[in-house]
Design a protein around this ligand. Structure first.
Ligand SMILES: [Zn+2]
Length: 301
């Protein structure tokens, strides 16, 4: 009897172990498999779990914008960039401090050029200090700027602009002049409910005028932080979504509506077709979340 139990337990244990490993393997595969969209002959968008990465081919190495969630994803991004461009990666640009755009940096060799806004570096060193210790610290941004920075590399002109507050208070937009495209970072979520990081200086009220600055850049294609490749029409719809959120916030303060009432009764239609971003136990960006953030920002509560 005892032996039977023992055998039963070990079979059960091995079964659970196999199932666990299968799940881990599946998640790993999802995290390291990217869709590649060719934006132009020299510009590519890699999409995976962790949003969109831009890869630009130049004659003096590749430029990579954002690196996803994990070091091993960063390694895959680097390998994919080398494969697509036939060049080593020369520069990493981080659009903002969130982990799904920066935690892949350690998948690149220490000493590589890493560019961000000064504000993003501050956020990384304060709001995410736990991660950027020891070896990871070697992949923190080592070139920062406040408003505008231009890099000329291998026949390409890559401009970075901090257009104002929105998703956080440190986001940058990358303009690829010769390829007539931008990577908007998380200042543009294409048909996904956005995170609005009020705690890191984000602001729905400012976000719409920040996008006005982005529209001044000459571009045809837009790589959003999350969602499919887009253009000015797609980004304008996102701006309408934000403008309507501003109205919801203003109405709530005007009428003194509470949070529950605001979420239930808000006159909010521009989110039609938007998808939620949901990671079990960690985060959920959906209709209720963005309405809550609007209520919080405008009521000051
Ligand atoms: Zn973000």
């Amino acid at each position: 009897m005892k032996r039977l139990f023992k055998r039963l337990f070990s079979t059960l244990f091995l079964g659970l172990l196999a199932a666990g490993l299968a799940v881990v393997g599946w998640v790993y595969l999802q995290l390291t498999t990217f869709d590649v969209v060719k934006v132009t002959d020299d510009l590519f968008m890699l999409s995976g779990l962790g949003g969109n990465v831009a890869v630009l081919r130049t004659d003096e190495g590749a430029v990579v914008v954002d690196t996803m969630n994990f070091g091993f994803q960063g390694t895959k991004v680097r390998q994919k960039a080398e494969e697509l461009t036939g060049q080593k990666v020369a520069v990493i640009i981080n659009t903002h401090y969130h982990s799904d755009h920066t935690h892949g940096n350690p998948g690149f060799p220490e000493g590589i050029r890493v560019v961000s806004t000064a504000r993003t570096l501050e956020h990384l060193q304060t709001r995410d200090a736990g991660f950027w210790q020891d070896e990871a610290a070697g992949l923190l941004p080592n070139e920062t700027f406040r408003d505008v920075k231009v890099i000329r590399i291998g026949g390409k002109t890559v401009s970075m602009v901090h257009p104002g507050r929105g998703h956080t208070d440190g986001d940058l937009v990358v303009h690829f002049a010769e390829d007539k495209a931008i990577h908007a970072g998380d200042l543009f979520f294409n048909k996904y409910y956005p995170n609005i990081d009020l705690e890191a200086g984000g602001s729905i009220r400012q976000w719409t005028s920040t996008l006005d600055q982005v529209f001044k850049l000459p571009f045809e294609k837009v790589i959003p932080g999350h969602g499919e490749l887009s253009d000015s029409v797609g980004m304008a719809q996102f701006q309408d979504f934000l403008n309507q959120l501003v109205e919801v916030g203003e109405t709530a303060t005007g009428t003194g509506a509470g949070l529950t009432e605001t979420i239930e009764l808000a006159d909010f239609t521009e989110d039609e077709g938007y998808r939620e971003i949901y990671v079990p136990f960690i985060l959920r960006y959906d209709r209720a979340f963005v309405l809550k953030r609007a209520w919080e920002e405008f009521s000051g509560k």
